[in-house]
Design a protein around this ligand. Structure first.
Ligand SMILES: [Zn+2]
Ligand SMILES: [Zn+2]
Length: 346
């Protein structure tokens, strides 16, 4: 079978590999869609300390069960499934408290295990042990199901930032995750959703699709001033930074309303992770700053339901479909921001 394999930073190859066999406790799937995101580009360019090459990449996975290993119950050939990306241990102090996104023993598809940029893939026993293999609801396509993973991450963030009825929400960054955040905030009853982005081109492309109440180009205007104007000086109830930018995080604190919540959804570069925070803003205005680290198995299941019920449509966000051979082209398209969601169809 054909796979997309990471060998070293800058060295990702489309190559032949033996078809895997489902061992005890494992499920083998035929991958139908594995979508790409900025993480794949980062791995391609810089590698990752959890990846020991060679490793098949790909973590936004949907496919069809083709074989069942010994001892696996509840699954049969032909079942349509979505696979979690981050795998919690299910046993540690955090997992047993229900905080699976911050499991210190977390392992990941495409990092510790062979990923989904392949014709076939093994769902490891570790995934099944934490209910990380989800049935794709009827009416949901494989491509849509592959977007459940990033949507699950957005869901985790909006739960932590308590996005809800009547909120004015700012999303900073108009990539695929930013678009998902806009749609998710609307489904949770946000009053208005504003989209902020540096690149005019990317902003227009995203705004065309997700129709925010205002689209603000941070290169042309001061986004803090703009948000204050739009909210009669009050500021926004929730600001989500879906961009690897310290400046965006600092601006997010500045544009928060009293008792505003700020989600640092996107991490910062490892060599530059420090920002300046006016602590008195946090103190007197009772702000809450929260992080967000991936998603739990339950978030993935809920994300699939959000897609199935139409609460968060994702089909139109998938703007590019490429075969396995086109994986490197896909990474290029993602890194240049020329599409919203790029999916690989092995
Ligand atoms: Zn991803
Ligand atoms: Zn754990």
């Amino acid at each position: 079978m054909k796979v997309v394999r990471f060998h070293a930073p800058g060295d990702v190859r489309i190559e032949d590999a033996p078809e895997p066999v489902a061992g005890p406790g494992e499920v083998k799937i035929r991958v139908r869609n594995c979508s790409t995101c900025g993480t794949d580009v980062k791995i391609y360019k810089f590698g990752h300390h959890h990846i020991k090459p060679p490793r098949v990449m790909g973590h936004e996975i949907a496919g069809e069960v083709v074989a069942i290993g010994d001892g696996v119950e509840g699954w049969a050939a032909g079942d349509r499934v979505q696979v979690i990306a981050a795998i919690p241990c299910g046993k540690c102090a955090e997992c047993t408290r229900g905080r699976m996104t911050i499991c210190p023993n977390q392992v990941s598809m495409g990092y510790h295990f062979e990923g989904g940029f392949a014709e076939f893939m093994i769902v490891p026993a570790e995934v099944l042990a934490v209910d990380g293999l989800n049935r794709i609801p009827e009416g949901v396509t494989f491509a849509e199901a592959s977007v459940a993973e990033p949507l699950a991450c957005a869901l985790n963030a909006q739960n932590l930032a308590r996005v809800g009825e009547g909120d004015d929400v700012v999303v900073v960054g108009s990539g695929p995750i930013g678009c998902l955040h806009v749609r998710l905030a609307r489904s949770r009853g946000a009053a208005r959703v504003f989209l902020v982005e540096l690149s005019r081109k990317r902003l227009d492309m995203a705004a065309d699709l997700v129709k925010p109440d205002a689209a603000i180009c941070a290169e042309e205007v001061d986004p803090v001033e703009e948000i204050r104007k739009l909210t009669d000086g009050r500021g926004a109830d929730v600001i989500i930074t879906a961009a690897a930018s310290g400046k965006a995080q600092e601006q997010a604190i500045q544009m928060a309303a009293r008792q505003g919540r700020i989600s640092f959804f996107g991490g910062l570069p490892k060599d530059n992770p420090t920002i300046t925070c006016d602590s008195n803003l946090v103190h007197y205005r009772e702000l809450t700053i929260v992080g967000a680290n991936g998603s739990s198995p339950a978030h993935n299941a809920e994300a699939l339901q959000l897609v199935a019920t139409g609460a968060v449509p994702v089909a139109d966000l998938i703007t590019e479909r490429l075969p396995l051979d086109g994986a490197l082209d896909a990474f290029g398209i993602v890194s240049r921001g020329e599409a919203i969601k790029v999916t690989i169809e092995p």
